[in-house]
Design a protein around this ligand. Structure first.
Ligand SMILES: [Zn+2]
Length: 253
């Protein structure tokens, strides 16, 4: 049993084979999926899927790319979505200085606002951090979420990881762990305490080996779990169960 804790299966890339894609996930033992929003429409789609599908849960939130499009009504709408029992996290939120699609000051403002909203809603947060380590760390240190959170597709150093673990965060591993140049993230995978890691795909992005180059889908989270188990010299089963229990603790399911 593996839980893909970060996927975007509402993406149009699944329109043609949605039931088959979910079938492949179930056949591979992926029995839970957390579908993550990045703007208001995708948050609505995530919750709709979660309501229709037993084993799908939803996260709602505004990605830093979309910080520039936020209005006052966005927050009211998200608050309402977050109150649904199938909404188990606020995200994905954070900072992205790689693509810089919204001004950095605005990204920070929207990030902090959503940590506050997650606190009010009683939800943990899902953090997206790209090339913004210093500012993300400063913000989560000053505004540590009351209900915890996870750094999704963690890509930083072990030094940074230790600081985040000290603040109570979880670290989530995705396809990049399986890539040949994964030295830095492999070190984190070896050293992270057993009660702090999660597994994810970030489907349709970041396809793990040996499927790299194809569209990603939740069934492939198995490859990430296999690599994490190798890194920790543990049976796959043990890593999968541990990651599942960690996710249940964080998302309170
Ligand atoms: Zn994502």
């Amino acid at each position: 049993m593996i839980w893909d804790t970060h996927a975007h299966v509402d993406d149009t890339r699944y329109t043609d084979d949605f039931p088959e894609m979910l079938g492949r996930a179930q056949a591979a033992g992926i029995t839970r999926i957390l579908n993550v929003g990045y703007d208001l429409p995708s948050s609505e789609r995530s919750l709709k899927l979660a309501r229709e599908c037993d084993f799908i849960y939803a996260a709602v939130g505004i990605h830093p790319h979309d910080a520039k499009d936020v209005t006052d009504t966005t927050w009211d709408a998200l608050r309402e979505l977050a109150a649904d029992p199938k909404a188990v996290a606020w995200g994905e939120i954070g900072l992205d200085y790689y693509r810089d699609l919204s001004p950095r000051a605005l990204q920070q403002e929207v990030f902090i606002r959503q940590i506050e909203l997650a606190d009010e809603a009683g939800l943990p947060i899902i953090i997206h951090n790209r090339d913004a380590h210093e500012d993300v760390y400063r913000i989560v240190k000053e505004h540590t979420p009351k209900h915890g959170g996870v750094f999704h597709t963690y890509s930083g150093s072990w030094e940074m990881a230790k600081q985040l673990l000290n603040l109570g965060f979880y670290l989530s591993f995705a396809g990049p762990l399986t890539y040949k140049n994964a030295r830095q993230v492999l070190e984190v995978a070896e050293k992270v305490p057993s009660d702090r890691y999660l597994l994810e795909t970030d489907s349709p992005y970041l396809t793990p080996e040996p499927y790299r180059g194809k569209r990603n889908e939740p069934a492939y989270v198995r490859e990430v779990a296999v690599r994490l188990a190798q890194a920790r010299s543990l049976p796959l089963e043990e890593v999968a169960v541990q990651a599942w229990q960690n996710a249940e603790r964080l998302f309170k399911i």
